[in-house]
Ligand binder design. Structure first.
Ligand code: KG4
Ligand code: ZN
Length: 344
């Protein structure tokens, strides 16, 4: 039997501080995660300075906990992986500095991982036979991408948002409604009580492009909410209806683009959902209803939808497999582009 490849992954691109060890890109061996979410809640969003300060304190205990749980020694590891970007620079640097120190001290290869490839790779941990090519819908707090994953480290971006990301709009709406942070889970819950046809909200579409735009939808929802508030008409019923209509509009814009992307690429037979918003119940249901009879659909489990380090270690395995290592001089890149390894 071949020896297992153990990779320690670190993730600190936003408000989480996480470490995980994954074997062969597919089996989760151990993990530890700490979040500074409570510190941000009163501000209705992540405060970068608070996040990185908390991460500085948390990173070493989290790594230690993860190693302890794994029963492995650092010498048993085959590589140290870390989110290289995109994300908050101060936060990314905490993970990167820790990863570099470990890689140097134990003479292990260092692997910088794209955060969004990590989100996609969360799916490899749940489905041992999932492999590219497939269509990835990567919908998170900072990004809304549609990409063809030609190979594990070869992404072709088909669409991105030109302004707000989906998760960002959920968080903004929740903040304006006093629902706390993050907004996605609570809006997902409340929207179930509303009528999704109550409001006819704008859905942006571009000529000759699958790109998203959600700022018009955000503004429309906020306007309805603020006007209702001014008139004292901001009842629970109005709120639930507005949230249900908002969510239905988001789901519909994602599904309509996925349909176009798949129609243009008949060679694809699998859809992979990834990112924090992959936890959304309406989006999952919508994708199932629309595509399940024709396509295989993969979703991460709820605990692997939002930021975690297992997804980083899983993706790193496929960089390891092609000797795609990073230098110890690697820097954080808050705007890192998806890896594209071949000419179109
Ligand atoms: O991927 P993620 O953990 O962080 C980024 O990489 O950005 O995503 C976090 C985002 C937040 O905006 C949060 O509100 C959203 O994912 N989210 C959801 C749900 N759960 C988390 N959005 C909609 N429905 C959910 N159930
Ligand atoms: Zn993320």
């Amino acid at each position: 039997m071949e020896k297992n490849c153990y990779i320690l992954g670190l993730e600190s691109s936003c408000d989480e501080t996480a470490a995980a060890i994954v074997a062969n890109g597919r089996q989760l061996r151990s993990r530890a995660l700490a979040t500074s979410i409570a510190k941000h809640q009163e501000f209705g969003g992540v405060v970068p300075e608070l996040a990185s300060r908390a991460q500085l304190e948390l990173i070493l205990p989290v790594i230690e906990e993860c190693l302890d749980k794994s029963g492995l020694e650092p010498k048993d590891l085959d590589a140290i992986a870390v989110t290289a970007g995109p994300g908050l620079v101060g936060s990314l640097l905490v993970g990167i500095t820790a990863a570099k120190a470990l890689a140097f001290a134990y003479a292990k290869p260092l692997i910088g991982v794209h955060h969004l490839c990590g989100h996609v790779a969360a799916n490899y941990l749940l489905d041992e036979v999932l492999k590219p090519p497939f269509l990835a819908l990567i919908i998170s707090g900072g990004h809304s991408h549609i990409a063809i994953v030609h190979d594990y480290c070869d992404y072709e971006l088909l669409a991105r948002t030109r302004d707000d990301a989906v998760g960002e709009v959920y968080d903004k709406l929740a903040r304006e409604m006093g629902l706390g942070y993050p907004g996605g889970p609570v809006i997902d819950k409340l929207a179930k009580f509303g009528d999704s046809a109550a409001f006819n909200l704008p859905q942006a579409q571009f000529k000759d492009s699958l790109d998203f735009s959600f700022s018009g939808l955000k503004t429309a929802c906020l306007e309805i909410w603020h006007k209702a508030k001014q008139r004292g008409e901001n009842s629970d019923e109005l709120q639930f209806n507005l949230l249900a209509s908002f969510q239905a509009t988001v789901v519909s814009s994602i599904i309509s683009r996925a349909k176009l992307a798949l129609a243009a690429h008949p060679e694809l037979n699998t859809i992979v959902l990834a990112g924090g918003v992959a936890a959304n119940s309406a989006l999952r249901r919508g994708l199932d209803d629309t595509f399940a009879n024709q396509y295989k659909i993969n979703y991460p489990s709820l605990d692997l939808c939002t930021d975690n380090a297992a997804m980083i270690a899983a993706q790193a395995y496929y960089h390891w497999a092609i000797n795609d290592f990073s230098e110890l001089s690697m820097n954080a890149d808050s705007r890192l582009e998806l890896p594209r390894n071949r000419d179109k």
